[in-house]
Design a protein around this ligand. Structure first.
Ligand SMILES: [Zn+2]
Length: 536
């Protein structure tokens, strides 16, 4: 039996770009379009030409997208103008794409209130717009705005609107849940109804995530007959976002119900770039990736707890619904308080440390991890500190920089001004020689960090190894309340290799906790750069 094709339509660059806090440059848009094309997305809706100069310019210099059709977005012609004389439609033609997607009203309430024209005039707008683009040999898609709300309010009129678009040559009629309030069972029923008058191979679904059902609604629409699915990378979009293609694609590709009936252009080979695509968008938006994102999040295949871990090591299927590698993700083994030896062994294996599980050093590492976790350390995610702890216990980490002493002062200069000044001084010892580092900051931690970090380039033989060390993120957590509070500081660092590593420090004193995390970050950098030991 031949499989039916589901067309994938990405709207990250149009609907996603309309999100609060999102401001793509042309270069960003080109990068994303290329990644989407490599992934095998059929249609890339790239923007609204004529609406803003950036989008107009994008269409003037469209990137090569061999697997994908670039789509320009706009709206139906205005009432009182002919299609040939409508500037909006002209900008769409000028965008020079094979396909256009045009939004129009299908909810009678919007026709009355927003457009303030008669229902028949709205139908004429849809019809004339469709005919205009067909005359100019465009693949025409009709985006039926608020279709589901329109259907619930005036079924006959909503259906007449989309039938008008279809009868006048629309390749796709896209049913939009613009407000995102429709639930899967309603989507199912309504798409079934639509499918009675329009073939499934001409129906698309565009869902928003306002009830957290955008992915479920998209899959429900496909089951009910729709053959084009729209969404964005990571569900980027206004309010609660759009349907997340990063979750929809692997479900279509790997879950039996869909896999048996349908095919998509994203094949098993291309889908291995999915995690990278998801992270690329986060990188462009300068956002931390969502650890809990299905399929691609760093926790999606993370295992914690001795029993889970030993089962996963025997057969990953015991706790994983698909293999992480299929979507370009990785399994990760999380060390925790409940962890047994198998956790430690799995993590040592990842670090390529070969050791017999009966070696007493393994027990020593486990005991040390447990003691430290009891004290407030957490090695979940603090990979670099875990590696240092382990290798130190195994005698594999040389002595680098010795901290002889440090002091931090917080000074309030006078009663009038509110200026608090923090100064820090640390004495470091390398090869028996002392280096005094001083720094100032807006707080004690910042001052100490400045004292060490700004002087890294002046500390003898380690300067060259540390010159590109950078702090990306600094987080403080107070672990228990009351006078016994313990502070946990975690630091994310990076260097020119673009590798990032996480270190951790715990102490009742926030400065000491920060200091430990900072020193681990420096030691890890020296270790990975194969820096020589300090002689004293
Ligand atoms: Zn939308």
């Amino acid at each position: 039996m031949s499989k039916e094709k589901i067309y994938l339509f990405d709207t990250t660059l149009r609907d996603g770009a309309q999100t609060q806090g999102v401001d793509f440059s042309i270069q960003d848009k080109i990068k994303i379009a290329k990644a989407l094309s490599n992934l095998g997305i059929d249609y890339i809706e790239a923007g609204w030409p004529g609406a803003n100069p950036l989008d107009t310019n994008f269409f003037k210099s469209q990137p090569e997208t061999k697997n994908s059709t670039i789509v320009a977005f706009g709206m139906t012609k205005k009432h009182g103008r002919s299609a040939g004389n409508d500037p909006g439609l002209s900008s769409l033609l000028d965008a020079n794409t094979k396909s256009v997607c045009v939004v129009g009203k299908t909810w009678d309430y919007h026709v009355d209130i927003a457009l303030q024209i008669t229902k028949d005039d709205n139908l004429i707008n849809i019809k004339e717009t469709a005919k205009h683009f067909l005359k100019h040999n465009k693949e025409f898609m009709f985006d039926a705005e608020h279709f589901f709300d329109g259907f619930k309010n005036n079924k006959e009129y909503a259906l007449t609107c989309i039938k008008t678009a279809y009868d006048n040559g629309a390749r796709w009629v896209v049913l939009c849940d613009t407000n995102g309030g429709t639930l899967p069972h309603e989507i199912s029923e309504i798409v079934h109804e639509v499918n009675k008058i329009i073939p499934g191979n001409n129906i698309g679904i565009h869902a928003h995530n306002d009830t957290e059902n955008a992915v479920a609604n998209s899959l429900a629409a496909i089951i009910a007959g729709a053959r084009q699915v729209q969404g964005t990378l990571n569900g980027l979009g206004e309010r609660c976002g759009n349907a997340n293609l990063v979750s929809i694609i692997p479900s279509l590709l790997f879950k039996n119900y869909f896999k048996d009936k349908f095919e998509i252009t994203v094949d098993e080979d291309k889908v291995s770039t999915l995690t990278d695509c998801s992270r690329l968008l986060d990188e462009i938006l300068n956002r931390k990736p969502n650890n809990r994102a299905p399929y691609v999040g760093s926790s999606a295949f993370a295992h914690k707890g001795g029993l889970h871990v030993s089962a996963v090591q025997k057969d990953p299927k015991t706790y994983e619904h698909i293999q992480p590698e299929l979507v370009g993700n990785m399994r990760s083994i999380v060390i925790s308080d409940q962890s047994g030896k198998s956790n430690i062994m799995a993590r040592l294996e990842k670090l390529k440390i070969t050791i017999n599980s009966n070696d007493e050093k393994v027990q020593k590492i486990l005991d040390e991890v447990k003691d430290r976790e009891f004290a407030g350390y957490s090695y979940d995610g603090a990979d670099a500190s875990f590696e240092l702890l382990t290798r130190r216990l195994l005698g594999q980490i040389p002595n680098y920089i010795k901290i002889k002493n440090y002091e931090v002062k917080v000074v309030k200069q006078d009663k009038v001004s509110n200026n608090l000044n923090s100064v820090a001084k640390a004495t470091l010892v390398i090869d028996g020689k002392e280096y005094i580092c001083e720094g100032e900051g807006n707080g004690p931690v910042n001052a100490l960090d400045q004292a060490i970090r700004t002087n890294l380039v002046n500390i003898g033989k380690y300067s060259e190894y540390l010159s590109d060390l950078k702090l990306i993120d600094y987080k403080v957590r107070i672990l228990n309340t009351g006078t016994n509070a313990v502070t946990r500081v975690s630091i994310e660092s990076t260097d020119t290799s673009n590798e990032s590593w996480f270190t951790i420090g715990v102490s009742p004193n926030i400065i000491e906790a920060s200091f430990k995390a900072l020193i681990d970050s420096i030691d890890y950098k020296l270790y990975k750069s194969k820096a020589p030991a300090s002689s004293k």
